[in-house]
Design a protein around this ligand. Structure first.
Ligand SMILES: [Zn+2]
Length: 170
């Protein structure tokens, strides 16, 4: 007999206007996250304001059975400007889910109080003292990229050539 499911993991997203988009319910947290992440890749084609992953215990009446694992808020990406930058409000971290971007901000795991930010496409990585400063760094990078005429459709090779130029500038 198959093991009985005790908990279900439920990812969902909320549209501008308050409509909830249900993405299903899953027996593992990893699957729920995979479903949500692949959905958020296309968030620039929709008007989403937030998303969450919650877990429901089976056969519990009322909200005691509900635990919120993560609440995410959608922002414009500082680097690619698409509405694909998702900020995790519980444990501060942010990641752009847009194609070929993946700009991120996160508290350093090694040094408490230090905020790291980066953009993998250019292997850009900076340490800052605050979240605001980290966003400023990413906005500055985004401006450089736009000024150089690099768009999200451009190949990584072209981006790497841009990196050398960018490093010479700074
Ligand atoms: Zn981005």
């Amino acid at each position: 007999m198959a093991e009985q499911i005790q908990r279900v993991y439920v990812p969902s997203a909320i549209e501008d206007g308050g409509n909830t988009l249900s993405l299903g319910c899953f027996s593992s947290e990893a699957t729920a996250w995979n479903v949500l992440r692949s959905f958020l890749k296309k968030s620039d084609q929709m008007l989403l304001v937030s998303a969450s992953v919650v877990v429901w215990d089976i056969d519990v009446i009322g909200s005691h059975g509900l635990t919120v694992l993560a609440s995410l808020e959608c922002k414009d990406c500082p680097v690619c400007s698409r509405q694909t930058f998702w900020v995790d409000l519980e444990n501060f971290s942010a990641l752009c889910h847009g194609d070929a971007c993946a700009a991120w901000v996160e508290e350093s795991t090694h040094e408490p109080g230090v905020i790291d930010c980066g953009w993998p496409a250019l292997r850009f990585l900076k340490q800052t003292k605050s979240i605001e400063e980290a966003f400023k760094e990413l906005f500055a990078l985004g401006d450089q990229i736009k000024a150089a005429g690099i768009t999200d459709t451009v190949s990584i090779q072209a981006s790497e050539a841009m990196l050398d130029e960018f490093e010479n500038l700074t």
